[in-house]
Design a protein around this ligand. Structure first.
Ligand SMILES: NC(=O)c1ccc[n+]([C@@H]2O[C@H](COP(=O)([O-])OP(=O)(O)OC[C@H]3O[C@@H](n4cnc5c(N)ncnc54)[C@H](O)[C@@H]3O)[C@@H](O)[C@H]2O)c1
Length: 504
């Protein structure tokens, strides 16, 4: 329970999806909350919905009945901003339109006390630009919640260029009073969470563009091998391709067409065709029958006469030999499939670099644990006989197998290296501290680990090798390693190690 010093009067402008969640969060935490919406009666409807949510939580034993009663009594609805005159903080969650937001902030300045903080929940506008229309921009900040607000336990606190440091400190304390984790973020495109989340989407789309495999296979490999809760195409269907497509374009433009964020030309035709995802019944997947095609192809029989040679340098040579069983040979024979495990390059490059016959070479991803899911990649010349031998061998045991076309870095190496690299660049630019960045990604994106910690688990030097391989094979500057990552990899330091202080 909050004491009277901690209890604040919070105004929420906009009683839509986000406003309702924000009202619920602060009321449940013990603050007084005034809710305002421009549509008459909308604020009242929102409070009724929040009250019903409290009833549900009480019935499920997730909220104390007394706390629900107090929270309900602490909420009030208004059809006019004048109702916010005693607020110490006002959070704006209205339509994403700069001029409408600036008008509301101008009106609020004339209504709220001089020391009250004005915060915006904008996802894509610059906090500094909203603040620039105010007489006292130093008290304006971003407070970026995620949907659904009560369940997504992270809030970005964004300092505009003129925001006073004590405003950020007060907002962090206030967020902490709700039980959510406050992340301090610079006023940069996508702040932290939406910036760090670019890698999964853009790289997934790039892999699909290159016809490496289907979107279903990309999602499956990233779920089973890398541990993402959802693959990029499942996520795009959840958020809506129309919404995500706009965000992809906006972040790319706001970062002055940075190649790392280059959107995919696969997206606009699908938006135009109305394939928006779950909300339109069809996106990358069909939702009408609540069913999604997700079964892998059955493994072929092991071809007669073929033997299996495994590159002795392969990181999983022993395990692969065990899988090959009686087919394994120590010296490659004329009819051997040649198994290699490259980092960051395609199977063709791996075969040529090792002086192997590309028609018989198959590459197996060394990154994912072999007992969960196995990804194998052919060169541009691999014959079906050797493809089938590799597939049949990898399918022995319980793990599934995904066979992909030639591509540098398979699926997991490529996506994870890009995710780590983008995070390293966020750290390099000081958009968030390393601790805040790690928690923001874990809580805001639901990744199994923070991106820099994930990079440490793979090995910084290995991530660097993968990125250098990707850049070498594709010639695409999107894969250039962030200096933060390259330096730490070369020095044998953790990616989580901050820059040393420049003076005492
Ligand atoms: N929906 C999300 O997942 C999400 C996540 C993070 C941030 N945001 C941001 O939060 C803000 C609100 O998004 P939302 O999804 O809740 O929108 P919404 O459309 O669900 O709700 C907006 C509400 O604001 C009201 N409104 C519009 N203009 C107003 C005005 N001048 N004064 C008072 N009320 C006004 C509308 O009547 C509506 O009830 C946007 O800036 C959006 O970018 C949204």
């Amino acid at each position: 329970m909050l004491n009277t010093d901690q209890q604040q009067t919070v105004g929420v402008v906009g009683a839509g999806t986000m406003g309702r969640g924000i009202v619920q969060l602060f009321a449940a935490a013990g603050h007084r909350v005034h809710c305002v919406d421009a549509v008459p009666g909308a604020a009242r409807d929102a409070l009724d919905a929040v009250g019903a949510m409290f009833d549900t939580l009480v019935a499920k034993g997730r909220m104390d009945a007394d706390a629900a009663r107090l929270a309900r009594g602490a909420m009030s609805a208004h059809d006019d901003l004048a109702g916010l005159a005693d607020c110490t903080l006002v959070i704006e969650a209205i339509v994403e339109d700069l001029s409408v937001k600036r008008t509301v902030f101008g009106d609020l300045e004339r209504i709220v006390p001089r020391e009250a903080i004005l915060a915006t929940n904008t996802s894509s506008l610059m906090v500094s630009e909203i603040a620039a229309g105010c007489e006292r921009p130093e008290r304006v900040a971003g407070l970026h919640f995620f949907n659904p607000v009560p369940l997504m336990r992270v809030v970005e606190v964004i300092a505009g260029v003129r925001t006073a440091p004590d405003v950020v400190a007060r907002l962090r304390t206030l967020v902490a009073s709700t039980g959510h984790r406050a992340i301090a973020a610079a006023d940069q495109p996508g702040f932290v969470v939406n910036h760090a989340g670019r890698g999964l989407y853009t790289e997934g789309l790039r892999i699909l563009e290159e016809q490496v495999c289907t979107h279903v296979e990309i999602d499956r490999v990233l779920r089973l091998s890398a541990g993402f809760r959802m693959g990029p195409f499942e996520l795009l269907d959840l958020t809506g391709l129309d919404v995500s497509g706009r965000v992809m374009e906006a972040i790319y433009e706001q970062f002055q067409q940075e190649p790392r964020f280059r959107p995919s030309s696969l997206v606009p035709p699908r938006i135009a065709a109305g394939l928006h995802g779950r909300k339109s019944g069809e996106g990358w997947y069909r939702y009408q029958d609540c069913e999604r095609e997700d079964a892998g192809l059955p493994a072929p029989a092991f071809p007669d006469g073929v033997s299996v040679w495994i590159d002795p340098e392969a990181p999983d040579a022993e395990r692969l030999c065990a899988l090959a069983g009686s087919h394994a040979v120590g010296q490659a024979e004329a009819d051997s499939v040649l198994i290699v495990q490259p980092w960051g390059v395609d199977a063709t490059t791996a075969a040529l670099e090792r002086g192997l016959d590309a028609a018989r070479t198959v590459a197996v991803d060394p990154l994912p644990r072999l007992d969960r899911h196995r990804t194998a990649m052919m060169t541009a010349a691999t014959l079906p006989r050797y493809r089938d031998a590799a597939h049949a061998m990898l399918a022995s045991g319980d793990a599934g197998v995904t066979m992909i076309a030639d591509s540098p870095g398979f699926i997991c190496q490529r996506v994870l290296a890009v995710v780590v690299n983008i995070a390293a660049n966020i750290a390099q630019r000081g958009i968030a501290t390393v601790d805040d960045l790690e928690d923001a990604v874990r809580l805001g994106l639901g990744y199994p680990d923070g991106p820099l910690g994930w990079g440490d688990a793979i090995g910084p030097a290995r991530v660097l090798t993968i990125l250098e391989g990707l850049q070498r094979v594709t010639g695409d500057p999107r894969y250039r390693p962030a200096p933060w990552l390259a330096r730490r990899a070369r020095l044998g330091l953790s990616l989580l190690s901050p820059e040393p202080a420049r003076h005492d």
